[in-house]
Write a protein that binds this ligand. Structure first.
Ligand code: SF4
Length: 199
């Protein structure tokens, strides 16, 4: 299917979650550009590792990856910041969707979407609502898709592609809460082990 204005700015939280949307959206006629903007991720090593794996996927699929050098995980441990929102995840979706909408518009895209919509672990409705709000504020279209039916398939594809698959959502709080916490910390280089460090 050909679209008149088929470019879409696809926010990507990581490589594995991008697998399925990268299969679906081109079949619908979209020309996808991936956008890595995840200032929530802790520590910096992990932020870089997820970006590196997204770039790897982009190379495998011939899809451009652009990224925003933003690392603001301090906000995710700042109660004053979080208190401005209904919850930390609400804040997380709102900050990211606002930026994605703004960058889509600034770069001449008429539409954006997000790979967060593939995860069965995210609050799907809140992600979509945050994206809709950002789209309205900025004046750009949000393309909603419920990608969750492809979550497992996407994870299998990531495994076949040799992508790193993380065991926690991304922020320091999700890392601390993870049942794999100790194993995750053991996988970081020494410099990033201190959960109180900025990475
Ligand atoms: S748990 Fe995930 S969505 Fe929620 S604030 Fe942390 S990184 Fe963001």
């Amino acid at each position: 299917m050909e679209r008149e204005d088929n470019r879409i700015f696809l926010h990507a939280c990581c490589g594995p979650c991008a697998e399925w949307p990268l299969l679906v959206l081109p079949k619908e006629g979209f020309d996808v550009t991936l956008f890595y903007y995840n200032p929530n991720i802790h520590p910096r090593f992990e932020w870089q590792r997820r970006l590196a794996n997204l770039r790897k996927l982009g190379t495998l699929r011939g899809v451009e990856v652009v990224s925003e050098e933003a690392y603001e995980e301090q906000k995710w441990r700042n109660e004053e910041w979080i208190g401005k929102y209904e919850s930390r995840c609400h804040m997380c979706y709102d900050i990211r969707m606002q930026k994605v909408a703004e960058e889509a518009k600034a770069n001449g895209f008429s539409a954006f979407s997000t790979t967060l919509l593939v995860s069965i672990y995210q609050n799907h409705e809140e992600v979509a609502e945050a994206a809709e709000r950002a789209a309205d504020r900025v004046g750009v279209s949000f393309v909603y898709r419920d990608f969750r039916d492809g979550y497992r398939k996407g994870q299998d594809m990531a495994k076949e592609d040799g992508l790193y698959r993380q065991k926690y959502c991304g922020c320091i709080l999700s890392l601390e809460e993870s049942k794999f916490r100790d194993r995750i910390y053991a996988g970081f280089p020494d410099v990033s082990i201190d959960p109180g460090s900025a990475g």
